[in-house]
Ligand binder design. Structure first.
Ligand code: ARG
Length: 434
């Protein structure tokens, strides 16, 4: 049975093909669908389309459905197209004619939009919390290891002294920029589309400010067509944020895999966090970081996938939009799982502060020697050349001190508190995270 059924039903194979796995995906929307309906009926009563008794009856029935959803007793029955239809069917089955009044002045097009926006706000908050947790761990690892030198590389060649403090801290500050994109996505999602109906509004005098207030949105998407166009835009904003965060986690994972390689020997994992080989008895592999790298690299395809799905769609609702749920919903879960695993592993990562003592790293300190001579009055280019010639002749002697680094953002001055301040400012824009 369909909400739109007027006597004839679609063929079974058409139904299966168009609905696909939408019923399962819609289960994530159920609680938001009920919230949207509650606000909608309160507004219908205010504009005189429901009596206050009808409002009470409908609100109680919606509360009951909400409780069933939380208890895991709610299902979308086979033959029912989606969550929106299921809720209306339940109301009509339980209340009779009153249930049939709820859909005045709305369409499943703005219903699904409002559900998706409310879910997006919750998802963004969950992602932001997971980002914050990893950020905190990276910052505390950075402070713990700030005096522990490690080699810095450029072009995969030995370059200049770095520290584990600088390395962990780099990923913490990079997460601040990713969080900015997440906060921007939150702003895009925080606009009420309810009342745009099928995409062109309604000739009922809907009070859209009232539903905006009741649902807790910051503002509304005023233009009904713009509200409909925000389906896809919102998802793409979230995808941009997920992709940015995933690129940071993937890169950090790559560093760990590389630094764990015996040729570097800079970090290690407790044996219980490594995996063995079926043939080589000595192996302790960093599969955990390889899977993190792979999953986070895949997540970076998200904006591309959504862009291809939604590019050049004609104005107004198109059913293609339904398929976005299948792309975005699993990606959100994936992102949070990856952030949590990364946090767990970074907390336990062991660093090797002695690795830098190997003679291989003598040349890390050539710039320090040049700078020392400059401080004594030698012009930079002359000092650079003299040290370069010593390296060529094999007579360069490394003095392994990195004491000169005092400027903001260098190994001697990590600015952990300043970076923390930036993160706090960014996260203040996402309600309920701090
Ligand atoms: N399952 C649909 C979606 O996600 C709900 C909206 C259906 N609207 C329609 N006119 N067919 O897009």
């Amino acid at each position: 049975m369909k909400l739109w059924s007027k006597g004839s039903e679609p063929e079974e194979i058409i139904e299966q093909f168009t609905v696909g796995n939408d019923r399962e995906l819609d289960m994530r929307l159920a609680r938001y669908d009920v919230r949207g309906s509650r606000a909608h009926i309160a507004m219908l009563e205010k504009i005189g389309l429901l009596t206050s008794d009808e409002l009470t009856i409908l609100t109680e029935a919606l509360d009951e459905i909400a409780a069933e959803i939380e208890r895991g007793e709610f299902t979308i029955e086979p033959g029912v197209e989606d969550v929106h239809s299921q809720v209306e069917f339940l109301l009509t089955a339980r209340l009779g004619d009153v249930g049939k009044k709820i859909h005045c002045g709305r369409s499943r097009n703005d219903q699904v939009l409002v559900d998706l926006k409310l879910l997006a706000l919750d998802d963004i908050r969950d992602i932001a919390r997971a980002v914050k947790k990893l950020f905190d761990t990276l910052q505390s690892r950075s402070e713990q290891t700030k005096d522990c030198l490690m080699p810095g590389y450029t072009h995969m060649q030995v370059a200049m002294p770095s520290s584990f403090g600088l390395w962990f801290g780099a990923y913490a500050e990079t997460l601040v920029d990713d969080a900015r994109i997440l906060a921007a996505a939150y702003g895009v999602a925080n606009q009420n589309p309810l009342g745009s109906a099928a995409g062109y509004g309604s000739s009922f005098p809907l009070d859209r400010e009232m539903t905006t207030r009741l649902l807790g949105f910051e503002t509304l998407h005023y233009n009904s067509v713009a509200a409909q166009m925000s389906r896809g835009k919102t998802e793409r904003a979230i995808a941009a944020a997920i992709s940015a965060i995933a690129s940071t986690v993937a890169r950090l994972s790559m560093d760990v895999c590389m630094f764990m390689c015996q040729n570097f020997g800079l970090v290690s994992l407790p044996a219980s966090m490594t995996t063995g080989s079926s043939i080589m008895p000595h192996k302790k592999n960093p599969d955990l970081f390889e899977i993190l790298r792979g999953r986070c690299n895949r997540l970076q395809a998200l904006p591309g996938e959504l862009a291809l799905l939604t590019s050049n769609l004609p104005l107004g609702y198109n059913r293609d939009l339904q398929l976005m749920k299948d792309i975005l919903f699993p990606a959100v879960t994936d992102m949070i799982e990856c952030l949590e695993m990364c946090d767990y592993a970074i907390e336990r990562l062991q660093v090797n502060g002695n690795a830098i003592d190997a003679s291989l790293y003598d040349y890390l300190f050539t710039v320090e020697e040049v700078n020392r001579r400059v401080m004594k009055g030698e012009p930079f280019r002359d000092a650079y050349r003299a040290v370069g010639l010593e390296v060529e002749a094999g007579t360069f002697h490394a003095e392994r001190s990195a004491a000169g680094y005092t400027h903001a953002g260098s190994i001697g001055c990590l600015c952990t508190e300043e970076i923390r301040g930036k993160m706090m400012n960014v996260l203040r824009d996402i309600d309920g995270v701090l």
